[in-house]
Design a binder for this molecule. Structure first.
Ligand SMILES: O=C(O)c1ccccc1NCC(=O)[C@H](O)[C@H](O)COP(=O)(O)O
Length: 266
């Protein structure tokens, strides 16, 4: 069993536990059920922003502990002030050290699109995502059969949420690509052995129709890489480690965007 399969199996039991503790009816009472989500698709097309989706992640299976001390409020506000286009907040506790409250905190202080970064296998997690103030959910082709993925995408859309579909190879892309999803993310990290190759994004780029916004995910640490990926028509760049492994992730993000040649928003 690879790490992705292990996480997906764990999520099934975690969701079953949470369903019995917090009924859907209670989640639906959240104030965020009344609010209009902010569009990731639109923000990634804004020329005044960098295209960077800046991630808050404390630890990961590939790196172990990354940054146990970073504060969500300071980091996410700093990311947005630096000129990031959107935020990604890990809410998985066991493997990434996150929690739902991290996203709620980020939501409280930021008006940008926020991705709930988790491993969604059940509609319940989509209701949760909405209830904590997320605008976008991640659906990972590698852990979902195509009919289930389509079902989850339809459900997310019915709640007004956007969908970032994550693929890692041609097979996953071809079987899941549909107008049910808003943005296509190509993960450069092979989750079977954790190797990272930007070539994955480059190779799949031509297979993704221009009607979709393309995001390159993982392993980006140099402005030059983003310049290169833009040549392949990528408009979004999901970055976590490069910022979070420093003592001041928000400063690392500002320095990176400055080096990219983009003026910071403030
Ligand atoms: O990062 C991991 O080790 C990992 C392991 C298993 C499943 C997912 C994993 N990462 C999730 C991500 O997609 C990254 O956090 C995201 O793309 C940012 O990547 P990076 O800039 O390399 O932190």
């Amino acid at each position: 069993m690879n790490i992705l399969e292990e996480i997906a199996a764990f999520k099934q039991t975690e969701v079953a536990d949470r369903k019995s503790l917090v009924p859907v009816k209670l989640l639906e009472q959240s104030i965020y059920f009344e609010t209009q989500p902010v569009s990731l698709k639109k923000y990634l097309q804004r020329p005044d922003l960098s295209g960077i989706i800046a991630e808050f992640k404390r630890k990961s299976p590939s790196l172990g502990m990354i940054n146990p001390h970073a504060a969500v409020e300071k980091t996410t506000i700093g990311y947005m002030q630096a000129g990031a286009s959107a935020l990604s907040v890990l809410t998985d506790q066991k493997y990434f050290g996150g929690k739902s409250e991290d996203l709620t905190t980020a939501r409280k202080y930021n008006f940008c699109p926020i991705l709930r970064k988790d491993f969604i296998v059940d509609e319940y997690q989509i209701v949760e995502a909405k209830s904590i103030g997320a605008d976008v959910i991640l659906l990972i082709a590698g852990i979902l059969e195509t009919p289930k993925l389509n079902q989850l995408a339809d459900f997310a859309r019915s709640l007004g949420l956007e969908i970032l579909l994550e693929v890692h190879d041609q097979e996953e892309l071809e079987r899941t690509l549909s107008d049910k999803v808003d943005v296509i993310g190509v993960n450069n990290r092979n989750l079977k052995d954790f190797t990272v190759s930007i070539n994955t994004s480059k190779e799949l780029a031509a297979l993704i129709p221009d009607s979709f916004i393309k995001v390159s995910e993982s392993g980006i640490g140099q402005p030059e890489t983003i310049r290169e990926l833009r040549q392949f028509r990528y408009q979004g760049f999901l970055m976590g480690e490069a910022f979070m492994k420093t003592s001041r992730p928000e400063k690392a993000c500002a320095d990176f965007i400055h080096a990219l040649g983009q003026t910071a928003a403030v």
